[in-house]
Design a protein around this ligand. Structure first.
Ligand SMILES: [Zn+2]
Length: 475
């Protein structure tokens, strides 16, 4: 099991980049990051002669060295919201919006996870797929099946990917063939998954449980209240959806006429805690945002999904200015890519749509303040996400004392004569980013941000353990 393989004391040499604050990206061209046997960063050197770095640090003489060429080390990505069982539906959404999309694509697929063989095949593939995109931590929705949900936790632990794994609860307004039978069974099954996940990783260093009411429309008030009680008793994380689509908001108003708002429905069930992740949060009122802030709950911004299902453009700048903690979520398969790098690009595009407002207004009244920068989008993808999943002290950036969750990014180096016969890159697999040798360190990072993909992510580590590598990885 990847999570139990011993870690070798290692020094990672070469360029590295990470976000040190929301709008501040640090790029170190000649760096050294020493990672100990516990996967913890013991020292960091910046812009120094790295040749004799081992001699300068007592006890590091025999350390292994991993160097990066034509690229840099970057913190692992954190996906704060995705649905593992919907992976086979990736790219399938047609012209649906949220509520008909659920009926047409989602419920039929999720209900088939009563088959453990099917669950095993799809979950194994999805964990491989997210790791290959540099995702070192993932908040997963599973299905309502206890055994298949526990299997997803087993797979994450075996592969060494940090995960929050949640059994989906839904006791109403879902098809008869796919819903919890009663409030009691919904709470009991959720507790069974919490107990199982804690039994395989008592310290929660790799996998942790998360209570997962699908969203308010598919849970009765007693079910939500039962889950809120469980969240407090078990001191567990909670994830759900809020304020994604205007028809959904109208439905919540109809189903919960005594609640002040969609967000208040969750608050009345004691489900808004500092350990709660709310996906989407596109159309929140000022009062709802205040409530989220007061409760210390976090938001997962899923722009690719929000555009695919025409749900809306989340005003991320306003949420950030109000001090709400935000990370990015791929929301597969509302979202059509398992890549957080892709999601960071979509976060930037969405912020530009917000800036442009209506097409007629765009030319005359561009709201520049709404636009997210490269640094800001990458911050949400790493440190922001870490804070959403409660790991801000452990991962998200390179600092002494933090654990080494990282990806090695390599870019394509174009030879003097260009490329011949359609073979790109010196070793034939440069990925989609071509370097000509005259780019600054900042330009290399920008080029990766806007045109890179999983071909550039050649190796991935979680707590110092190698959990994914491609043929372009040479230690
Ligand atoms: Zn979702």
């Amino acid at each position: 099991m990847a999570a139990s393989v011993p870690v070798e004391k290692t020094i990672y040499l070469g360029a590295f980049a990470h976000c040190v604050a929301l709008a501040e990206l640090e790029i170190v061209e000649k760096g050294a990051i020493g990672v100990d046997e516990h996967g913890v960063i013991g020292f960091i050197e910046k812009e120094v002669d790295v040749e004799d770095v081992r001699k300068r640090h007592e006890g590091w003489n025999d350390a292994k060295v991993v160097s990066v060429k034509d690229g840099f080390f970057f913190p692992g990505f954190i996906d704060t919201h995705t649905h593992a069982p919907q992976h086979p539906n990736t790219g399938l959404f047609g012209k649906t919006t949220l509520l008909d999309w659920l009926d047409k694509y989602t419920f039929p697929m999720e209900s088939s996870f009563s088959s453990l063989d099917k669950a095993s095949r799809i979950y194994t593939n999805f964990v491989s797929r997210t790791l290959s995109h540099g995702t070192t931590t993932c908040a997963y929705y599973a299905t309502r099946h206890v055994e298949a949900t526990n299997l997803l936790a087993d797979i994450c632990l075996a592969r060494g990917q940090r995960a929050l794994v949640g059994r989906v609860c839904m006791d109403t307004l879902s098809p008869e063939y796919y819903r919890d039978e009663s409030v009691e069974s919904a709470v009991r099954d959720s507790k069974a998954c919490i107990d199982y996940v804690r039994s395989i990783d008592a310290e929660g260093s790799i996998v942790r449980p998360i209570i997962t009411p699908r969203f308010a429309p598919s849970c009765t008030a007693p079910c939500l209240a039962g889950l809120g009680k469980l969240a407090h008793e078990a001191d567990a994380f909670v994830q759900t959806h809020v304020s994604e689509n205007t028809s959904e908001i109208a439905l919540v108003e109809e189903l919960f006429p005594d609640s002040k708002s969609y967000t208040h429905v969750y608050d009345e069930a004691s489900l808004l805690t500092p350990k709660t992740i709310l996906a989407h949060a596109i159309h929140l009122s000022t009062e709802e945002r205040k409530l989220v802030k007061e409760r210390g709950s976090k938001i997962s911004h899923c722009p690719a999904s929000n555009t695919a299902l025409t749900s809306g453009c989340c005003p991320v700048r306003e949420l950030l200015d109000e001090g709400i903690t935000i990370g990015l979520g791929t929301d597969v398969s509302g979202g059509f890519s398992p890549s957080i790098l892709e999601e960071a690009r979509h976060a930037i595009w969405t912020s530009r749509f917000v800036a442009m407002g209506t097409p007629a207004a765009a030319a005359s009244s561009l709201n520049n303040a709404a636009k997210l920068s490269t640094a800001e989008a990458l911050y949400l993808a790493t440190r922001g996400g870490a804070a959403v999943v409660g790991l801000e002290d452990k991962v998200g950036g390179f600092e002494v004392g933090k654990e080494f969750d990282a990806q090695m990014i390599r870019l394509g180096s174009v030879p003097e004569e260009g490329d011949k016969e359609g073979v790109f890159g010196e070793d034939g697999a440069g990925g989609p980013v071509d370097l000509f040798g005259f780019e600054s360190a900042e330009e290399k990072l920008e080029k990766w941000m806007y045109s890179g993909d999983d071909r550039n992510c050649v190796a991935v580590w979680v707590r110092g353990r190698l959990v994914h590598k491609t043929t372009r990885y040479t230690a």
